[in-house]
Design a protein around this ligand. Sequence first.
Ligand code: GLA
Length: 378
Amino acid sequence: MNFKIKIPSTVICFILLPVVMAACCTAAEPALKDVFAKDFLIGGALNGNQIYGNSPGEAAIITKHFNTITPENVLKWAGVHPEPDRYDFDPADKYVELGQKNKMFIVGHTLVWHNQTPKWVFENADGSSMDREALLKRMKDHIFAVAGRYKGRINGWDVVNEAVDGDGQLRKTKWLEIIGEDYIAKAFEYAHEADPDAELYYNDYDMWKKDHWKGVIRLVKDLQAKGLRVDGIGVQGHWGFDYPVLDEIEESIVAFSELGVKVMITELDLTVLPSGWKDRGADITKSYELQEKLNPYADGLPAELSQKQADRYSEFFSLFHKHRDKIGRVTFWGVQDGNSWRNGWPVRGRTDYPLLFDRDCKPKPAFDAVIKVVQKDK
Ligand code: GLA
């Protein structure tokens, strides 16, 4: 007998569309992770949509180009532990599954931070301020619950994020105020106990500023002197056209590596927009002048700026490549321009172009420039 099943062509289109879209987005360009295979890992920070695989174009970039991933938000305290007795592990479980399925180096971000940490963390049930012992216990329970759950699966943790201030002193946070200076050592101690095989990192921004990075050096030396293992220092790379000065960032990369730790560029993106700091919180929809001043490329990025960005990315990657013996990983903070946090911070509703892939998930001139760095150095 000969059965013929007729499938309507609309159904076939529906099934094939994601495959075709994914293929278009990654057409013929080489994979970043292959190009830098001998140098360092290459990764990106994933948002919830990407973790759940809701965008085929982004999924194609992630699996083709990255061999390491970091969660943008789902493992921050507010995301994973929103209420005292409630953990929300579902997105983080999916994130870890995605990394394991694709054999990626999976980063956990972040266990102890002053931001995106709910107010209740520092309070007793009656709203009064916690004391040192109670907060240490809460920190330990959180680290054991989160790092413990992914023991052997998350390969490295940003244990503490942004604990040093611009002047090199410890940032005035609730952690410092209630526990005291050893809260950082305690976080490293607990993270190590929760998963002895996971790598442990300290992560921070403005790392090219001398006072700041000298403060980080003092902190890491102090942790090492206490016998704690620090495997890496994360240099957040939220950079622009005129900062950091390359010599300055190079000096800090070299100084960090002299501590015997890996250096990692953890949150790389390169804004093309004018600084929004003075107009932080401004509503750009309110006036044409504000739009012109703060959001000049809403209709597209002019070719010369795109080239300027490519040149700047080339400078950064030439530096990373030169120091590839010290650098373990370069992670972009996002996947494609459209969903970068830079579009919303420090002014909401702008159109920025900070990454290597555009809003259609196509590689930009900056992508080609980054690839050429390796070809040039060969
Ligand atoms: C810091 C944090 C990141 C992220 C960025 C902005 O760099 O480490 O998790 O919040 O700010 O998105």
